[in-house]
Design a binder for this molecule. Structure first.
Ligand code: C5P
Length: 231
């Protein structure tokens, strides 16, 4: 079991990022680099964080024609990230192309996850704007199954969806869940939340914990508390 806590580096500059990471000294938490930091600092920030010894989830959510995604994934495989993702809505053909692009000549590849429906998409918007006329949970199950059948490793989903996904795709299919809050911490703008301990109970493999760690008086203490509750 590879359960782990992932800290999103939701910063827009190298300086803020490196200052934050230096708080952890010799400890090297698994971190997430998202669009903000990647677009601000480029691929070199990924190489530099990797050199410090961190595992990296590169959260760029690719979604384009299969050939473009295949080539982009090849480039990401050279960056030596540990985890990356795409939108399952890009179709099975796009997911297949992504896997091909990501697989290195020696057969290894980073963990590849699919985003099913973004947690910001409500069922009402899905029906009205995207013309997807099923309920949200069925869409999530269906997209997760598409990802599993294509050979992807798991999905990013809310903690409450993790058990839906595990039920249909099996225990081995990874779930990576944001929306985590300590029982006594601020909720911020997250809606469907759970605690690290509850996420463990549900069977989540990785939790992504941002502001409860990054905005804490002592980010290291908050991270250690998360690890204690989750792992
Ligand atoms: O600060 P907080 O714990 O809410 O941060 C959660 C992280 O997970 C952020 O980087 C956010 O972009 C990301 N995320 C999310 N919900 C999703 C997908 C990603 O909160 N559905």
């Amino acid at each position: 079991m590879n359960r782990d806590v992932i800290i999103p580096l939701d910063f827009s500059t190298r300086t803020e990022t490196m200052d934050f990471l230096s708080l952890f000294g010799e400890k090297k938490p698994f971190v997430k680099v998202g669009m903000e930091l990647y677009y601000a600092e480029g691929p070199q920030i990924v190489r530099d964080i990797k050199k410090l010894g961190h595992k990296i989830f590169l959260d760029l959510k690719l979604h384009d024609i299969p050939n473009t995604v295949k080539k982009a994934m090849h480039v990401l495989s050279l960056l030596d990230v540990d985890m990356c993702n795409l939108h399952a809505a890009g179709t099975i053909e796009m997911m297949k192309a992504a896997l091909e692009g990501l697989t290195r000549p020696d057969g290894t590849k980073p963990i590849l996850l699919a985003v099913t429906q973004l947690t910001s998409t409500s069922e009402e918007r899905m029906r009205k704007e995207l013309l997807i006329n099923t309920n949200l949970n069925d869409t999530i199950r269906h997209y997760a199954m598409n990802a599993k059948m294509t050979g992807l490793d798991g999905v990013v989903c809310s903690p409450l969806e993790a058990s839906l996904v595990k039920d249909i795709c099996g225990k081995e299919f990874l779930t990576v869940t944001p929306g985590i809050r300590f029982a006594d911490s601020k909720v911020d703008d997250q809606v469907r939340i759970t605690t690290p301990a509850k996420a463990k109970e549900i069977g989540a493999d990785y939790i992504v914990v941002g502001r409860p760690i990054t905005a804490a008086k002592s980010p290291v203490d908050a991270y250690n508390r998360c690890v204690r509750e989750f792992i």
